[in-house]
Design a protein around this ligand. Sequence first.
Ligand code: ADP
Ligand code: MG
Length: 151
Amino acid sequence: MISIFTDSDEQTETFAGKIASSINKGMIIYLEGDLGAGKTTFARGFLRELGFEGAVKSPTYNIVQPYQTDQFTIYHFDLYRISDLEELEALGIRDYFDGDAICLLEWPEKGKDLLPAPDIRIKLDYEGKGRQVTFDPVSEIGHKTIEDCDR
Ligand code: ADP
Ligand code: MG
């Protein structure tokens, strides 16, 4: 587990880019933390590193936003508004976890058992004017990703 302090959006995006540069297809990443903690900012930095140049917003209303880069399909979820697991079932959420697409999930705690276990859990916490970001690798491939970007 590693923990770092970031004092700006840009720095958070840079850390996200480091993770993205050693990511593999099919990886599941949980983004945890309160409203405004920087989950979407992290997702933005991650997507930029993978070559996506457009706007990245929290998909609060549509729940999931797909992105396509030369190399990867990425699904960015925001489960904040989910109050009932049936909504997720109706969305066909299982189909997104196809072992190929990279999935970034904001508010994974709302998805409970419908979600696969993460490869990496990333937690953002308010810390003064900045944020403390904790990277917690769960799977073997998650550990490898964190090791690779820690060099
Ligand atoms: P979330 O998706 O967790 O609700 P956002 O990424 O949408 O959060 O918003 C984070 C907000 O916090 C933005 O307004 C951003 O400018 C601000 N912010 C301040 N410091 C940081 C930091 N170090 N990292 C990320 N965001 C920060
Ligand atoms: Mg968000």
